[in-house]
Ligand binder design. Structure first.
Ligand code: NIG
Ligand code: FE
Length: 418
């Protein structure tokens, strides 16, 4: 693909007419309908998609723009990773070994490992150190076509350290030119200095941490880990009320290890998503459907923890709850840096169909971040985020294991990989 117009010597603009693209069905809104198998043309102007349709219908106004030869490449929207804990210090390979020796995630957590051990390492690291650690992780995800990503806090568990994580998340987005949605997860675990004082910590989260970080523009959404080793339903609701007061949307780590009823609560607060949900009940499903809440499936954590409780996929499907798929990148339960591998696992472990898995890492993932009007779909008026894959068929996106397919990536209106 040749770019004839460059805005800078290193990062070429994607402005122009992208011809001969094989759009993956269901992931675009053409302005002029495309016949089955017809190659598509996408027009990008000033970094925004202006028109999508068959080449023969290209409006004359665009005819003089530079041309990019798509050569029949399979084309999807930029991928969206809607649940990550990407910014942290240290790593937890020791726990991996402990689990191999028979310990469960809950046992490791109760013995002072787990999330709290990442909290220690994150608190010790400076903002610049955390940035340097997270940068290659983010780059690995971007190299596979991710164009929007959620990054949670939750390894600081004190105002200054949560701030540090969220500031790094913002800086990463600016440095790499990618849409980053920040999620405040102050209620991830009880920090050691609050041991036995869960109510006091929840109050700190609601009354001090969240308002301060929101005032600094660092919080796009609020999350809680609602679980018997984390926060109760009542504490979760307190955090949701604090978020609601500030007009910030909520989401939830829900029903991962047990059915706490968190999803139904989250749905009552109009949650963007409920994530994990292996133990989700029919009541939770109905509530999510009614609220338009996305079910975020995290097969990396399911796999790492050797979980056997499958999320209720068929029931979610029957109910018409949109299902997203994400890496849940974190040092404890999902040290995974490939969203395509997660699509594979969502199919193989959870029995998603390929179209469901592809919607799960694009349009439904965008919805889980409140980005459904700007990301996850190739359509006029949206920032130009799309990927040309040199693959024969869409199923290959979920089929290869760890292959990192060859691709051209247009992110935020620039050809960042060719
Ligand atoms: O999404 N479930 C809670 N939070 C993370 C795990 C965090 C950790 O173990 O560090 C998750 O799996
Ligand atoms: Fe998580």
């Amino acid at each position: 693909m040749k770019n004839q117009k460059q805005t800078s010597p290193t990062v070429p603009s994607a402005d122009g007419v992208w011809e001969a693209l094989r759009l993956v069905p269901g992931l675009s809104h053409p302005d002029v309908p495309l016949a089955d198998d017809a190659l598509a043309t996408v027009v990008v102007e000033r970094g925004v998609v202006r028109w999508v349709g068959p080449g023969h219908a290209l409006p004359p106004a665009h005819a003089t723009l530079p041309r990019f030869a798509g050569q029949g490449a399979l084309t999807t929207p930029g991928l969206v990773d809607c649940h990550t804990h990407l910014v942290y210090g240290g790593q937890r390979a020791n726990e991996f070994a402990l689990r191999l020796a028979g310990a469960s995630y809950e046992e490791v957590a109760r013995a002072g490992g787990g999330i709290v051990s990442s909290v220690r390492a994150t608190r010790e690291a400076s903002e610049d150190e955390l940035f340097a650690l997270a940068l290659p992780r983010l780059q690995a995800l971007l190299d596979e076509g991710v164009c929007a990503i959620e990054i949670k806090s939750g390894y600081g568990l004190a105002l200054e350290h949560e701030r540090k994580q969220l500031r790094v998340a913002r800086r990463l987005g600016e440095a790499l030119g990618v849409t980053v949605r920040t999620t405040f997860l102050g209620a991830h675990a009880l920090p050691p200095e609050y041991a036995g004082r869960s109510a006091a910590y929840t109050e700190l989260v609601c009354k001090e941490m969240l308002p301060a970080l929101a005032a600094e523009g660092l919080v796009d959404a609020v999350d809680v880990f609602c679980e018997r080793i984390a926060f109760t339903l009542a504490e979760t609701e307190q955090v949701f009320q604090a978020a609601q007061k500030l007009g910030i949307p909520v989401k939830l780590h829900a029903e991962q290890l047990s059915d706490m009823g968190g999803s139904a609560l989250a749905a009552r607060y109009g949650a963007l998503s409920c994530d994990h949900i292996e133990h989700l009940s029919p009541t939770g499903i109905a509530a999510m459907k009614a609220a338009g809440t996305v079910a975020v499936l995290l097969p990396g954590a399911y796999y790492t923890l050797r979980d056997t409780q499958l999320p209720p996929i068929q029931q979610l499907r029957d109910a018409g709850v949109p299902m997203a798929v994400s890496t849940d990148h974190n040092p404890g339960t999902s040290p995974c840096l490939s969203l395509l591998l997660m699509a594979n696992m969502a199919c193989t472990l959870f029995r998603l169909t390929v179209p469901e898995a592809l919607a799960g890492i694009t349009s439904h993932a965008a919805r889980a971040l409140g980005l459904q009007d700007s990301h996850g779909l190739i359509a006029a008026g949206r920032p130009a985020n799309f990927v040309l894959w040199r693959l024969r068929e869409a199923a290959e996106l979920a089929y290869w294991l760890g292959q990192k397919p060859d691709c051209t990536i247009v992110r935020q209106g620039q050809v960042v990989r060719n």
